[in-house]
Write a protein that binds this ligand. Structure first.
Ligand SMILES: Nc1nc2c(ncn2[C@@H]2O[C@H](COP(=O)(O)OP(=O)(O)OP(=O)(O)O)[C@@H](O)[C@H]2O)c(=O)[nH]1
Length: 359
């Protein structure tokens, strides 16, 4: 399966079936009334968010989603059948946009549905148009056209924590240690070529999801490296873990590594820069005490919360996880409060409206 996070698809819902114009013909009933049935509704095209999916590959391959037309109505008051819907599962975090880039839907919960193209209504048969003055109408309706258009889908993974750092900082090693994800780990850069999600379980039985995005390199936000395309996947996280190779195996000082990533996050825009960030110095097992002290002195002025860990030996990892979890819970509580406030606001508005109607 390839990781596809952007696709363009053509969607076409089914047209409604035509209504039927027909008259009852029975023995001994000389003038049977109208009995033309309605046409069936055209099929919808529906996206459903599913936790079983993590790529838009299926849509990338299909390119077109066309639902069936509704069947025409028939005599003897028989209605036409509905056209079959096309139902496509998409990953949680899929955003649907129209041709002008307006967001139509943001599918953020398992099972959430979006009718991306609605099938046309079936036309009414002549039986519906009989009145006391016109008992034998011949008129029946055509079916309505189904909606159609081009839609752009963009996947922004839903993770609580985003791992960022230069290639080889040890992001995959940390993810493998703390979560159920099993990323490839190698001592050459860019072993990670697609974002990888891992679920971390905490003592309370709950936990959080971490996204490891491919190693950023300078200029990534301008689309030069691999990272740019993937930065969007950490836009919705509660906290960023900025990983730095404290052993400086690739020859870059810790300051250089930090500044390079800062530059990339700044280049991407406010959403990432303003996120809470923990600076994590990895590979501490390979550091001498005086090297660690030197790093501590160098970063003291940066004002970032820092952690020293070894993703290989596990040193410092537990403490880090608790701190991350704190941040995640704080954000969840804030979002829950915002949602509850909105509900209250809505209820107040409805009450006010009702009051004004009564007066
Ligand atoms: N000594 C030491 N080596 C580590 C530690 N963590 C990772 N490494 C090594 O660093 C190398 C790179 O680790 P990865 O986890 O693949 O790094 P990454 O940041 O995921 O790299 P990309 O996938 O390229 O983005 C591997 O050889 C790891 O074994 C650590 O805590 N101590």
């Amino acid at each position: 399966m390839r990781f596809i996070d952007e696709v363009k698809v053509e969607v076409r819902a089914g047209n409604g079936g035509k209504g039927c114009s027909s008259f009852r013909r029975e023995k001994y009933v000389p003038r049977g009334g109208p009995d033309g049935g309605d046409g069936g509704r055209g099929g919808h095209v529906i996206f459903v968010a599913s936790e079983r999916k993590n790529t838009l590959q299926e849509l990338y391959l299909r390119k077109r989603l066309i639902a069936k037309n509704g069947q025409s109505g028939m005599g003897s008051d028989c209605h036409g059948k509905y056209g079959a819907d096309v139902v496509i599962e998409v990953p949680i975090g899929t955003i649907v946009k129209d041709e002008d880039g307006h967001i139509l839907a943001d599918l953020s919960e398992d099972g959430e549905e979006f009718f991306v193209a609605r099938g046309g209504a079936g036309g009414m048969g002549n039986a519906r148009f009989a009145t006391s003055t016109n008992r034998a109408p011949r008129y029946c309706q055509p079916g309505m056209e189904g909606e159609q258009g081009i839609r752009y889908l963009e996947l922004k993974l839903m993770a609580d924590v985003g791992l960022v750092g230069l290639p080889n900082a040890g992001k995959s090693t940390l993810l493998a240690r703390i979560s159920n994800a099993r990323p490839k780990i190698a001592d050459y850069p860019f072993t990670t070529i697609k974002p990888m999600l891992g679920q971390v379980f905490m003592d309370d039985g709950d936990g959080f999801v971490v996204a490891d995005i491919p190693g950023l390199i300078e200029g990534a936000h301008e689309g030069k490296g691999l990272g740019h395309r993937f930065l969007r996947h950490i836009e919705r996280t509660a906290v960023l873990l900025h990983m730095v190779d404290a052993a400086c195996e690739d020859g870059k000082s810790v300051r250089e590594q930090i500044e390079e990533i800062n530059g990339e996050l700044e280049g991407y825009g406010k959403t990432l820069v303003e996120k809470p960030r923990l600076l994590v110095f990895n590979k501490c097992d390979a550091l001498l005490d005086e090297e660690r002290t030197a790093i501590e002195e160098e970063i003291a002025t940066m004002g970032l919360e820092t952690y020293f860990i070894s993703a290989v030996s596990g040193e410092g990892v537990k403490q880090l996880l608790h701190r991350i979890y704190d941040q995640v819970l704080q954000l969840r509580a804030k979002l829950a409060k915002e949602a509850a406030d909105k509900e209250v606001e809505k209820a107040d508005m409805i009450e006010e409206l009702n009051d004004s109607f009564e007066k």
